[in-house]
Write a protein that binds this ligand. Structure first.
Ligand code: SF4
Length: 64
């Protein structure tokens, strides 16, 4: 799996960080920062949940 984060679409809600703080952070403008685009197997469910909870559609995952 690969995670993609479109910073130009992010509205800074922070949901992704609440769901998976080991995958996502936010910069000083609250825009998402992807900490890794290749989650471990144990992180994959959280990555999918973050995509589902992102209100702007900035996040997506690409399955291998
Ligand atoms: S959940 Fe979506 S809109 Fe909110 S900070 Fe994360 S990427 Fe941005």
């Amino acid at each position: 799996m690969r995670i993609r984060a479109d910073r130009s679409v992010c509205i800074g809600s922070g949901n992704c960080v609440l769901v998976a703080a080991d995958l996502f952070d936010q910069d000083e403008d609250a825009v998402v920062v992807l900490l890794t685009d290749t989650p471990s197997a144990a992180q994959e469910d959280a990555a999918r949940e973050a995509v589902n909870r992102c209100p702007s559609g900035a996040l997506s995952v690409v399955e291998d």
